[in-house]
Design a protein around this ligand. Structure first.
Ligand code: ADP
Ligand code: MG
Length: 233
């Protein structure tokens, strides 16, 4: 009886391991800096979520992305690892811009980015949202930041004032694009995009795939990887 039990147990363990590595897999197969991989392990990020597994290889290869995924699917690390991999620390001008619908979401994204970037000692992530006083934001911008996370209205305002310069931008992320459009940010989004380099990589995330989302994606993305992760994952 004993050998049979342990054999079954072994089979089960092998099945569990194989299933896990096929459907999601570890981060170690990705071309990420060793310090970033060590930090992921220390955060307890062992297996990729489905959205991460399906989008990260393309993101790290420089592809544009249109991803449909719900809240809680792990979108932040999907684009966050792409963003962090592209940052040149010696350049203190903004190289990545992440647009979010609300201040609360921008704060969450910035917090998660800082956790992911614990191995990048001097990385500066700055949040620029409406409803917060402008002067501290101007001071922070004057000191430089590698990554900007913000809401479209305030980002547009900084661009108009000349306090934010996106000439060195390499990655643009639209997080929860459908919500930004629902909130009436379309014109802001367009005016922001017009001030970013055409050579940028653009990653767009949306919980729904409506006609306005499709239209803005068509204008923004070049030959995008199309990833959809439904709730059953
Ligand atoms: P979304 O933006 O899709 O709503 P988040 O990026 O905020 O989701 O991630 C949801 C939660 O899952 C966060 O607490 C995050 O730290 C955690 N998380 C993300 N990816 C992983 C992973 N690969 N392993 C373990 N936890 C993860
Ligand atoms: Mg999110």
């Amino acid at each position: 009886v004993l050998p049979r039990l342990s054999y079954r147990r072994l089979l089960f363990l092998r099945f569990a391991f194989v299933t896990d590595s096929v459907s999601t897999g570890g981060f170690t197969a990705l071309p990420l800096a060793p310090a970033l991989l060590d930090n992921l392990a220390s955060l307890g990020y062992h297996a990729m979520t489905p959205i991460q597994a399906e989008s990260l290889p393309g993101i790290l290869a420089g592809r544009d992305l249109l991803a449909q995924a719900k809240t809680g699917s792990g979108k932040t690390a999907a684009f966050g690892l792409g963003v962090l991999s592209r940052i040149k620390m010696a350049n203190s001008r903004p190289q990545a811009l992440i647009l979010c619908p609300t201040r609360e979401l921008a704060d969450q994204v910035a917090g998660e980015l800082r956790r992911l970037a614990r191995s990048m000692a001097n990385l500066k992530v700055l949040t620029l949202c409406g409803g917060a006083p402008l002067v501290p934001q101007l001071n922070s911008l004057a000191h430089g930041a590698h990554v900007i996370v913000g809401t479209p209205g305030r980002i547009e305002e900084h661009l108009r004032k000349g306090s934010l310069d996106l000439a060195d931008l390499t990655v643009l992320v639209l997080d929860e694009a459908d919500r930004m459009l629902d909130m009436g940010f379309q014109a802001s989004l367009e005016s922001i995009v017009a001030r970013t380099p055409k050579s940028r990589q653009t990653l767009m995330f949306s919980a729904t795939y409506s006609e306005p989302v499709r239209l803005i994606a068509e204008g923004l993305l070049r030959d995008p990887l199309d990833v959809r992760v439904d709730a059953s994952h």
